[in-house]
Design a protein around this ligand. Structure first.
Ligand SMILES: Cc1cc2nc3c(=O)[nH]c(=O)nc-3n(C[C@H](O)[C@H](O)[C@H](O)COP(=O)(O)O)c2cc1C
Length: 386
């Protein structure tokens, strides 16, 4: 048994998933868990066809907190599944709202593909307050036939989009036309989009330092790591059973989990090799990252958060079209108290110190080997039936 590797992998979390993606001797992703990535196929109800694309949206921790009500004809009602939140890492559910924005943007793009305008009414019974979500709908969507509507070329990228946690090619810059395409893609939404590339080495160094510090805090804050462990699916059987969350397919942690040695019931200690080696691994990835991008909003109300998610989805599809891999770096943007220092530093670095400005998204960007799709539960699992 390779003890070093075992200990490293027991650290769990997102880095484990990243290691698994590139490690070689992995189990196979169960076909059923990624079947939705084939696209919706024939559907007699166009709403189900559209939803077949919307459920492929990126969602923090892949929680898929979208609850969809199709019981009224010609209408889609979107609610949030309040059992699928991240109260420790995302105490005000800002990222959950962004993850509804990504869903709505895909829904909008897919509707256009069918010549339908999605009239999206956000928070039709009033917006959620700043700290908690509730049972009221996030959006009511009516689909209206509109022959004048242009199709969105980003539609072609939906099935190819991935969050890529691999090491990026340190020597290959994100080309100017790719940055330009990402900048252009955000335009429908009023957020400030920025980026830094290999030609700004001092700036990259500062990005890397803040991301590394924030990651260290995430790994050494027990309740936050435990929240990740709760949605970490280890091995094909768990993945197929849940079809959500973060996943590990690497043979060694899967084996260790089977024999009860991959303990997800308690966090690793800060000085455990489990923690220190993950910090080292992620630092190496940051060092090799040739670009960072960010999105800053004026205001941070619920509509702004939804629109930030919509904008990020567009950026990621534009990046996909240009062959650029992205991985969000949410840790420093998170509002739990232990992140106060990196939170202040990233705001300062990105010109967002004014109280009304919020860094909604920060991500690393670059060329990377392709990765497979993440599990999805499928349209039926998202429907409200009662
Ligand atoms: C608001 C938001 C924040 C996210 N933050 C992170 C992050 O900090 N690190 C990361 O690796 N992925 C992050 N992700 C990506 C999700 O984990 C990913 O979308 C999910 O696991 C599904 O994988 P997919 O995007 O490949 O479909 C984030 C996604 C969203 C929408």
């Amino acid at each position: 048994m390779d003890r070093r590797k075992f200990i490293r992998l027991t650290g769990g979390g997102i880095i484990v998933a990243a290691a698994a993606a590139s490690a070689g001797c992995t189990q196979h992703m169960p076909a059923a868990a990624i079947e939705p990535w084939q696209g919706p196929g024939q559907e007699s109800d166009v709403r189900r066809w559209i939803l077949g694309y919307a459920i492929l949206a990126p969602h923090s921790h892949n929680l898929q907190s979208w609850l969809v009500d199709l019981r009224r004809p010609d209408e889609i009602l979107l609610r949030c599944d309040l059992a699928r939140l991240l109260p420790e890492a995302d105490p005000f559910s800002r990222q959950i709202m962004m993850s509804h924005g990504t869903f709505l943007e895909l829904l909008d793009i897919a509707a256009r593909e069918r010549g339908l305008r999605a009239d999206i009414s956000l928070f039709p019974e009033g917006p959620f307050g700043p700290s908690t979500l509730d049972q009221r709908p996030v959006a009511r969507i009516r689909l209206v036939a509109d022959p004048t509507l242009a199709k969105d070329p980003l539609f072609a990228q939906i099935l190819h989009r991935r969050t890529n946690r691999s090491a990026y090619d340190a020597a290959r810059p994100v080309p100017p036309d790719a940055w330009a395409a990402m900048t252009e893609s955000v335009k429908p939404h009023s957020l400030r989009f920025g980026f830094a590339g290999l030609d700004q080495s001092d700036l990259l160094r500062r990005h890397r330092a803040i991301a590394a510090a924030a990651w260290r805090i995430e790994l050494t804050t027990p309740r936050v790591i435990m929240e990740t462990y709760k949605v970490l699916r280890v091995g094909a059987t768990e993945i197929e059973q849940h079809r959500d969350g973060l996943f590990v397919l690497d043979r060694i942690p899967v084996l260790m989990s089977k024999i009860g040695l991959f303990d997800r019931s308690q966090p690793p200690a800060p000085d455990d090799y489990a923690t220190t080696s993950q910090i080292k691994d992620f630092n190496a990835k940051l060092e090799a990252t040739p670009g960072f991008l960010w999105m800053v909003s004026e205001g941070n109300d619920r509509v702004t958060q939804i629109n930030a998610g919509r904008a990020y989805l567009r950026v990621q599809l534009a990046a996909t079209a240009a062959g650029i891999a992205l991985q969000p770096l949410s840790q420093a943007l998170q509002e739990y108290p232990e992140q106060a220092q990196p939170y202040a530093e990233i705001r300062s670095l990105l010109g967002a110190t004014q109280a009304n400005r919020t860094v909604q998204m920060w991500a690393r960007a670059g060329f990377a080997p392709p990765v497979g799709p993440a599990p999805r539960r499928g349209v039926d699992a998202q429907l409200i039936r009662a």
